[in-house]
Design a protein around this ligand. Structure first.
Ligand SMILES: N[C@@H](CCC(=O)N[C@@H](CS)C(=O)NCC(=O)O)C(=O)O
Length: 256
């Protein structure tokens, strides 16, 4: 007997959007539950005990089975619903390429999210402060990552070959936030023409547009100088700070 999948997520989150788009692309029905990470409800011990010890989203619940970490969720969906082979690879080499991307992604491009978080959300949590070191760190990681992506994308249409895979979704949603938050200037984009070509191609997909609508709106609000209401006092991009122990949920500015 199959139960309805529960997908716990937040539309401002890059890995959440990647998985949500994957669910839509492979046409798997799900019930969505938005977890208000702007309030920090996800950091409550109850939430961690029942859903994810890291307190992060996305999370997938399939009956008695709960899985978190976006790449693992997508892998599970791919296996369980026998998704078309382009998404996770048709043979050992393609599967390895996609895994290679996903591991690379989580330690590089994903870390560049600090450039978005500290230029768009930090002020909403801690007020106006000097976030330049964190923003600079994010930009450094982002620039290095874009260089690697440019190399891949100069040879193939998509990051892992000539067909779209989950790697593309994982990658492109980092850039959707950067674009929404005006993180990457036109001159930076011009240095990486293949990344730009790929970004434009991926974001033209109807499901990419659906899952990105909220963050684009959030970007417009911030561009007007208005704040997004956030009642939490901790970082929601843990691990991207320069000083502090964000992974323990300790507010950076009180521990620095
Ligand atoms: N490696 C994780 C990262 C998940 C992640 O960074 N989630 C963020 C949103 S983008 C989150 O839940 N932040 C809330 C918090 O840390 O309190 C994945 O790919 O699923």
């Amino acid at each position: 007997m199959s139960s309805t999948l529960r997908y716990l997520h937040h539309p401002a989150s890059q890995p959440c959007r990647a998985v949500q788009q994957f669910l839509l692309e492979i046409e798997v029905p799900f019930e969505e539950e938005i977890i208000d990470i702007m309030s920090g409800i996800n950091e409550l011990q109850d939430f961690k005990d029942s859903h994810n010890p890291t307190g992060q989203v996305p999370i997938l619940i399939d009956g008695d089975f709960t899985v978190w970490e976006s790449a693992a969720i997508a892998f599970y969906l791919n296996e369980k619903f026998n998704a078309p082979s382009n998404w996770f690879g048709a043979n050992a080499e393609q599967r390895a390429r996609i895994q290679q991307y996903l591991h690379w992604h989580s330690t590089t491009l994903r870390r560049g999210a600090g450039a978005f978080f500290y230029s768009n959300f930090a002020e909403c949590i801690w007020g106006k402060r000097d976030y330049s070191k964190e923003i600079e760190k994010g930009h450094m990681v982002l620039r290095e990552s874009m260089g690697i992506l440019e190399g891949w994308l100069s040879k193939t249409e998509y990051v892992c070959g000539d067909e779209i895979s989950f790697a593309d979704l994982q990658g492109v949603h980092e850039f959707v936030s950067h674009k929404a938050g005006r993180v990457i200037s036109d001159s930076q984009w011009a240095e990486f023409p293949n990344v730009k070509r790929w970004f434009d191609m991926l974001t033209a997909r109807p499901h990419a547009k659906t899952v990105s609508a909220t963050i684009i709106e959030v970007g417009k609000i911030r561009a007007r100088g208005e704040l997004i209401p956030m009642t939490r006092k901790t970082s929601l991009a843990k691990g991207t700070e320069v000083v502090g122990s964000g992974t323990l949920g300790i507010p950076y500015f009180e521990t620095a």
